[in-house]
Design a protein around this ligand. Structure first.
Ligand SMILES: Cc1cc2nc3c(=O)[nH]c(=O)nc-3n(C[C@H](O)[C@H](O)[C@H](O)COP(=O)(O)O)c2cc1C
Length: 160
């Protein structure tokens, strides 16, 4: 089955996990970059506000074509108990009709259920079917932990 892992990452944790998942599951890996400044204290605060309000942002690549993939794996950090603006933009512009979708989030451990529920709603509104969900806590956890989490999640999703 042809799959793609699309992810947004501000500080690298979701990227690390996405890369590990690709090693385990194969397929293509695409980083969705947010073209708004998200660094520094103001970038952080704008991120909290934009995510809380469910806003979109400008992303690159924009309009990534997912038509050739059967399974779409989407990863995002949790911001303000919500998905990131970059994922909001992707989910607004893509067509997921008849696609299987796996969602994974990274967070400090708060609000991830709400973020996953919001993501699920957006995927279903676009005609996609959520066939797997994963949540990884990153607070005070290093790469070894993320590495193992990637292996464990991939085991669950190999048969999807
Ligand atoms: C703007 C912003 C808001 C955040 N909000 C939450 C939150 O509501 N709950 C939580 O557990 N972690 C929150 N975090 C922490 C990130 O979700 C967590 O550090 C994540 O693993 C970072 O992923 P990344 O390195 O791929 O950017 C927030 C981080 C940022 C930058």
């Amino acid at each position: 089955m042809k799959n793609v892992i699309l992810y947004y990452s501000r500080t690298g944790k979701t990227r690390f996990l996405a890369e590990k998942l690709q090693q385990e599951l194969g397929g293509d890996l695409v980083e969705i970059r947010d073209l708004k400044k998200r660094k520094g204290p103001f970038g952080f605060l704008r991120g909290v506000r934009d995510a809380h309000l469910g806003l979109n942002t400008e992303v690159a690549p924009s309009g990534f074509d997912i038509s050739k993939y059967e399974l779409i794996i989407l990863g995002t950090p949790v911001w303000a108990s919500s998905p990131t603006p970059a994922l909001n933009t992707f989910l607004q512009t893509c067509n997921l009709m008849n696609k299987k979708v796996i969602l994974f989030v990274t967070s400090r451990g708060a609000g991830y259920r709400q973020a996953i529920d919001i993501l699920k709603g957006k995927v279903e509104a676009k005609g996609g079917k959520v066939v797997g969900v994963g949540s990884v806590k990153t607070w005070l956890r290093g790469k070894k932990y993320l590495f193992r989490a990637g292996i464990e999640l991939a085991k669950l999703w190999k048969t999807v």
